[in-house]
Design a protein around this ligand. Structure first.
Ligand SMILES: NC(=O)C1=CN([C@@H]2O[C@H](COP(=O)(O)OP(=O)(O)OC[C@H]3O[C@@H](n4cnc5c(N)ncnc54)[C@H](O)[C@@H]3O)[C@@H](O)[C@H]2O)C=CC1
Ligand SMILES: O=C(O)/C=C\C(=O)CC(=O)O
Length: 353
């Protein structure tokens, strides 16, 4: 084994069905007096439940979180937090809501208690993203890492199956790229493999029965592990492609991850054979990694072609050019023709050979 350094981001995790009941205890442990609850418009009812649990400690509910944190929304939420006298933010929802909490924390240092209800994994990372004038900027700052994460699988039984599957693949993408990251280490590799395996077994079970709490527990546990990997190591070509396609062509976040991942893995397969073996093994070991991921998506109803989620054939050349700029480190150097072919395959929805 090679020498390595392992440093873990500090976070307190409370995991288990029904763990929302511990919210009061956890807010107290944070030393907070008043918490502003954040959510998307669609998750207002859950946030009202959270607000009721907080009772006198609730500083209000801000329900306008949207994907990719537009700066206008961030400014509005920061102002609401300031005026309400909140000394803590409770982010109830997926990556969009956690992202809004991070935008507040970035400026004010307000601690975040995250209650994740998708598998995006943002709650385990110090990565933030804010969109201004159509451009999404991302950065890392220890202040935005949620201080406490409360994972309650019962809150995810209503996550639509289609969103669950693509969100699960978003999580797998973090772990898969972590397995070939130059700055990874054996501990994160264990988390990555365990995370992929947990999500790989959860998604078919969720498709069969959306309110299967055991499957929801597996998926949330996997999301935690995969998010932890994302929070500790650098991502590569796959994330670069998804950020390009999402940022410049407005493609939906989790669906784009689900479609692109098998092709990014196929591109990197020969340059990262050990990572591929580990991904394949975590997904059952009967197929190579790109095919196993493609089948997991397709067989559970996720879209497999960029053309089906709004990408235009005429934009593929530009997407390729953009992906070649400001490259993320990648095990295989980026070759224009091969990258263009990758995008074509993802556009067409071709199963990797
Ligand atoms: N900074 C980081 O480390 C990361 C950031 N992200 C960011 O997070 C955003 C995407 O997050 P996602 O979680 O994919 O989407 P999201 O947070 O936008 O949620 C997708 C939709 O599902 C709904 N929803 C969420 N949980 C639900 C539940 N349990 N039941 C019913 N409906 C529910 C939401 O209201 C929303 O309409 C992107 O902006 C992405 O860039 C994603 C991963 C990591
Ligand atoms: O764009 C962000 O907000 C930061 C990271 C991610 O979205 C990770 C991902 O692509 O899932």
């Amino acid at each position: 084994m090679q020498a390595f350094i392992y440093a873990s981001n500090p976070a307190r995790v409370v995991f288990g069905a029904g763990s929302l009941q511990h919210l009061g205890r956890e807010i107290e442990a944070l030393g907070a007096r008043k918490a502003l609850v954040l959510c998307t418009p669609g998750q207002r009812p859950l946030s009202e439940r959270v607000a009721a649990l907080l009772a006198g400690r609730c500083a209000g509910v801000f329900d306008r979180a949207v994907m990719h944190v537009p700066i206008e929304t961030a400014r509005e939420a920061r102002e609401v937090a300031r005026r309400s006298g909140a000394d803590c933010a409770v982010a109830v929802g997926g990556g969009s809501t956690t992202g809004l909490g991070k935008a507040i924390a970035l400026e004010s240092g307000l601690p975040i208690l995250a209650i994740p209800t998708t598998y995006a994994g943002s709650e385990m990372t110090p990565i933030y993203g804010i969109t201004e004038a159509g451009l999404k900027k991302t950065g890392k700052d220890a202040r935005v890492l949620p201080r406490t994460v409360l994972y309650d699988p019962e809150l995810t039984t209503g996550l639509p199956v289609a969103v669950s599957v693509t969100s699960g693949l978003n999580a797998i993408a973090h772990a898969a790229e972590g397995l070939y990251a130059a700055d990874s280490n054996p501990i994160l590799d264990l988390m990555a493999q365990e995370g992929i395996a947990a999500i790989g077994r959860a998604l078919p079970a969720i498709k069969k029965k959306a309110d299967d709490v055991q499957a929801r527990s597996d998926a949330l546990y996997g999301a935690w592990l995969c998010g932890t990997v994302l929070g500790h190591v650098g991502m590569a070509l796959h994330h670069k492609l998804c950020h390009t396609l999402g940022g410049s062509f407005n493609l939906p976040h989790a669906e784009t991850h689900a479609i692109v991942l098998p092709h990014a893995l196929a591109y990197n397969a020969a340059a990262a054979p050990l990572a591929m073996q580990r991904i394949a093994r975590a997904l059952g070991g009967t197929q190579c990694a790109p095919q196993a991921v493609f089948d997991l998506a397709r067989d559970n109803g996720a879209p497999v072609a960029l053309k089906d989620i709004g990408m235009k054939a005429a934009d593929l050349d530009r997407a390729c050019e953009l992906a070649l700029q400001n490259q993320y480190p990648n095990p295989r150097p980026l070759e224009r023709a091969a990258l263009r072919q990758l995008l074509q395959d993802a556009f067409d929805g071709t199963r990797p050979a």
